[in-house]
Design a protein around this ligand. Structure first.
Ligand code: SAM
Length: 312
């Protein structure tokens, strides 16, 4: 089935178009907000990895609705209008009321630009729907995704106000508990949310982290510290795991090439204790057409090529 017919069958894809959202992802944030009420009382928000902009649209619509309701109820002209900053590698069509920064969230300069825009004020909410271009190599995709999340967290630690909220895309993979533990250092509540609009077949989910609280003595700058400065950091900022060498100096060094006849012992070839069960080169060997029969295997060649068996 082609892409078009699949898209047509996707209710959220259709609804997004009907309701004027730039992407179906809008429903993920809407459903997270319906469940956790994360947008309540928010006036300053940062949308990381925002393009094409459906989460920024959700933020503008809901924050402005809240603002108008409050204004009506309180007739208070000192109320501050919502401020939203959207960041992405890609250029994004403008959205009224949203300040845009085109930049890489893994780059410290981007973090500094966001901070400058906030002009020493703090955000109530940081969201990140960042996703790398999927390579199809699962371990690689999961690793890059977790690095994006940590970059988003680095920015968050600098700009989120105490008790603030952080929401970010996460891939539920083998080592996801490590990420949860890292987030739990900074937030009282860390919940893994799967909105109904996020496909079941996808291992994508969202961490909803609430009640931000920077541990005492924790210095967010330490996350950007160079190795040379690292040793100056104290306590929670500069923990280094002990490094222990196992074995003593009388044993051979694994990086050195030794002669075959080593320490008076004559070299004798030994078969592997256990050959690979399903080696990657098996298919190549089965395709190998041995010519020049009767010759030593080292001189066998692949039909139509100059490769010898030693090339495997
Ligand atoms: N939330 C968006 C929306 O609702 O329209 C969709 C976000 S899309 C799934 C993921 C975005 O992450 C892409 O636009 C991509 O450019 C962005 N991205 C990936 N790596 C990034 C990085 N290092 N810095 C900034 N943006 C990044």
């Amino acid at each position: 089935m082609g892409k078009t017919s699949k898209d047509k069958r996707d209710i959220y894809y259709r609804k997004a178009k009907e309701e004027g959202w730039r992407a179906r992802s809008a429903f993920k944030l809407l459903q997270i907000d319906d469940k956790f009420n994360i947008l309540h009382g928010v006036t300053k928000a940062v949308d990381l990895c925002a393009a094409p902009g459906s989460w920024s649209q959700v933020l503008t619509r809901r924050l402005n609705e809240n603002y108008e309701k409050l204004k009506e109820a309180k007739s208070d002209c000192t109320l501050i209008a919502p401020k939203i900053i959207a960041v992405d590698l890609q250029a994004m069509a403008p959205i009224e009321g949203v300040i845009q920064i085109q930049g890489d969230i893994t780059n410290i300069n981007t973090a500094e630009q966001i901070i400058a825009y906030f002009d020493n004020e703090q955000a109530d909410l940081v969201v990140c729907d960042g996703a790398p271009d999927v390579t199809g190599l699962h371990d690689m995709d999961i690793y890059i995704q977790s690095q994006l999340l940590l970059s988003a967290l680095r920015i968050t630690l600098r700009i989120l106000k105490p008790k603030g909220t952080f929401v970010a895309k996460i891939f539920r993979a083998k080592d996801v508990t490590l990420l949860y533990s890292q987030l739990k250092i900074f937030f009282t509540s860390v919940i893994c949310a799967k909105p109904l609009s996020s496909r079941n077949s996808s291992f994508e989910a969202f961490v909803v982290c609430r009640d931000f609280n920077l541990p005492e003595d924790f210095n967010p700058d330490s996350l950007d510290t160079s190795i040379s400065e690292f040793s100056k950091l104290k306590g929670v900022n500069g923990y280094i795991a002990p490094f222990v060498i196992c074995g003593d100096l009388s044993q051979p060094d694994s990086d050195t090439s030794y002669p075959l006849d080593f320490e008076g012992q004559k070299f004798e070839y030994c078969k592997p204790t256990q050959s690979p069960i399903n080696p990657a080169y098996e298919e190549a060997i089965s395709l190998l057409s041995v010519i020049n029969l009767g010759k030593d295997s080292a001189s066998c060649t692949l039909q139509g090529s100059s490769m010898t068996i030693d090339d495997f």
